[in-house]
Design a protein around this ligand. Structure first.
Ligand SMILES: C[S@@+](CC[C@H](N)C(=O)[O-])C[C@H]1O[C@@H](n2cnc3c(N)ncnc32)[C@H](O)[C@@H]1O
Length: 261
């Protein structure tokens, strides 16, 4: 069944895609990712991806596909999954230019029924995906379902401590409680980083660290590592976030007998 909030978010991303692509083109990282994976993957992530050559990897909510291109450059057979056809079309053109063979699949991360259970050695997701997803438990249960037993589940997400502040150049004031998950509903333009009021809908979700960990455990995975890292503050973040962690990394492994196969 179609999720109404995800459908609105999909329309937003379809509309935003051309501008998102221009932003990525101006940074130019996507061309370098296949030979310089360290541009988009942290040292801890790369340590877990050391043996990836020849393995089957799914990237869920693949967006600009920079991580997809980095993983393909490391020798993995990558399936790139996103809800937005425009995002996938941009990525497919770039993959062609880079001469990378990627499988692209349009799907909602909470319904990966197009993929058989136990297909992948690694599932990677993150870089601002969970914020658009209304059901974290279902999202990660689907990720675990498509993993082989003992397969790795890597989540590298924007740290939720950064989501709760009022816009300000000089001081931190809480705008919404850390415990308020949403949905936060906005009427917005197609710009993602600096949205103005507009005709599109955006539904966003602020999951807590314990939500992420519990969703991984409920999906039948064992937690191997939790890391918090990064200290850059970008202008789109709109508040002086220095001293707060930028990202977190969850490394988990699918256990025998996990729900859903
Ligand atoms: C910010 S990008 C994340 C990837 C990458 N870090 C980037 O910056 O492009 C968010 C992506 O998640 C996708 N997305 C949003 N909701 C989704 C859903 N329910 N299922 C699959 N993909 C989704 C969007 O289409 C978008 O391409």
């Amino acid at each position: 069944m179609t999720n109404r909030l995800h459908e609105e978010n999909r329309k937003r991303w379809e509309a935003a895609s051309a501008q998102w692509a221009r932003g990525a083109d101006s940074r130019g990282l996507w061309r370098r990712c296949p030979s310089e994976p360290e541009l988009v993957l942290s040292p801890r992530e790369l340590a877990h991806l050391a043996g990836i050559r020849g393995q089957r990897v799914a990237v869920l909510g693949s967006g600009d596909n920079q991580v997809v291109f980095a993983l393909a450059g490391l020798g993995a057979a990558v399936t790139s999954v996103d809800i937005s056809q425009n995002q996938l079309d941009v990525a497919a053109r770039r993959a062609h230019e880079l001469d990378l063979a990627i499988t692209f699949l349009r799907a909602d991360v909470t319904d990966l029924s197009q993929i058989d259970s136990r297909t992948f050695d690694i599932v990677y997701t993150g870089g601002h995906v969970a914020v658009w997803v209304s059901d974290l438990d279902r999202y990660y249960a689907e990720a675990a379902r498509i993993l082989k037993i003992d397969g790795l589940f890597l989540i590298a997400e924007y740290h939720p401590f950064r989501r709760i502040w009022k816009e300000s150049t000089h001081q931190l004031t809480v705008a919404s409680s850390y415990f308020e998950r949403g949905p936060f509903e906005y009427d917005v333009s197609e710009e993602i980083l600096h949205p103005k009021p507009g005709p599109l809908k955006s539904y966003e979700f602020h999951w807590t660290i314990s939500d992420y960990i519990n969703a991984v455990l409920k999906a039948g995975c064992r937690l191997l590592e939790l890391d918090e890292f990064g200290k850059e503050v970008a202008d789109w973040e709109g508040a002086p976030l220095h001293g707060l962690p930028e990202h977190f990394l969850v490394v988990a492994q699918k256990a025998v007998g996990s729900p859903g196969g």
